[in-house]
Design a protein around this ligand. Structure first.
Ligand code: ADP
Ligand code: PSU
Length: 317
């Protein structure tokens, strides 16, 4: 079957404030404010397409000027959007984020889109969508029926599903959804909520042991936990391979979007058949390039990957 990765997820409009000097949460902070295209699903599908992975997007997008702008950019990136529904309003979420003087996220509020139109579409057309896809990338905090439908259909036809959280709202209430994933990738704050209260107090070896124990105790096949500037850890129960991947040095501008970028690079590696230990290197590279941009995606991703020796050595062998 030819490769087609279908991403199921949201579009958000992100409003990001960048503090120019030391950020004081109680005071007035001078800085700059930008609107950028966001949403975990949208960030991921744009990255995958720019990484050369044939991609399609299942989502909702508003019939507004912003919606049109987002649609145009996805089309230009070569994302197939024939299952992206047009909604009059409420089809896109909003994310208000504050970044401190170092580009680190210090606060955010998420306003979810209305997911009912998407849910109805998925319940009606899920089979057709899964049938034409070789792999699925699923934002897991949409609605429980959306996730369950895709996970069950993918299991029936033996198609790998890679999962990423939106805000953990659904996953924490339906943890069994994780059992059906081929790989789940989340950050250390999310991992602590799933694995246990003290995860972030453990040293690196302790974290890897906790991750291994957690994956082995549920049905999940593999998992990666990103640790911000500390890198990431991974475990694959099929190969029993676990390990640590450090970061590549970056000119830090804005760390938001790093997790989605990491997921996109890692999924690219997995889709191309790399073992998890090598796929996370691709994820780390894409995250590093994204952190150097104020947007959630690195605009020069295609060019960067073409010119990068590490990436080429992994993906062209
Ligand atoms: N300061 C940094 N320098 C270099 N790479 C980083 C830095 N922060 C994050 N990364 C990379 O991005 C990945 C995801 O970052 P993280 O902050 O854990 O995710 P999220 O954006 O989901 O919170 C990390 O595993 C790492 O590879
Ligand atoms: O409930 C949600 N909050 C935030 C996001 C999105 O998460 C992205 C940043 O995620 P990260 O830094 O983890 O890559 C932003 O683009 C934002 O729109 C989302 O999809 N859902």
């Amino acid at each position: 079957m030819t490769t087609l990765v279908t991403v199921i997820g949201t579009i958000f409009v992100d409003c990001k404030g960048f503090a120019h000097q030391h950020y004081n949460p109680l005071g007035r902070n001078l800085g700059s404010i930008q609107f950028v295209h966001g949403g975990v699903g949208r960030n991921v599908v744009e990255n995958l397409a720019n990484l050369g992975v044939p991609s399609s997007f299942v989502s909702t997008m508003d019939e507004s000027a912003l919606g049109e702008d987002i649609k145009k950019r996805l089309k230009e990136a070569n994302v197939s959007i024939d299952h992206a529904l047009h909604t009059p309003s409420e089809g896109m979420g909003m994310w208000l984020a504050v970044l401190n003087e170092n580009g680190d996220l210090v606060g955010s509020i998420s306003q979810m889109p209305n997911l009912m139109a998407l849910q109805n579409h998925v319940l009606q057309h899920g089979e057709e969508i899964v049938k034409r896809s070789s792999h699925l990338a699923l934002e897991l905090d949409l609605t429980e029926p959306i996730s369950r439908r895709f996970l069950e259909l993918a299991k029936q036809s033996n198609k790998p599903v890679y999962g990423i959280p939106g805000n953990l709202d659904i996953i924490l209430k339906h943890r069994e959804l994780l059992d059906l994933l081929d790989c789940f990738i989340c950050n250390n704050i999310e991992a602590e909520k799933l694995i246990g209260d003290t995860f972030n107090e453990l040293d690196l070896q302790g974290k890897i042991a906790a991750l291994t124990g957690y994956v082995d105790s549920i049905g999940l096949q593999s998992m990666v936990v990103t640790l911000g500037a500390e890198g990431s850890i991974y475990y694959d129960r099929r190969t029993k391979q676990s390990g640590y991947q450090p970061v590549f040095p970056v000119q830090l501008v804005d760390t938001s979007g790093a997790g989605d970028a990491f997921f996109s690079g890692t999924v690219t590696g997995l889709v191309r058949g790399l073992p998890l230990s090598e796929a996370v290197v691709c994820g780390t590279k894409v995250a590093a390039w994204t952190i150097e941009s104020k947007e959630n995606n690195c605009r020069e991703l295609a060019e960067k990957t073409r010119n990068d020796e590490v990436f080429q050595a992994l993906l062209v062998k």
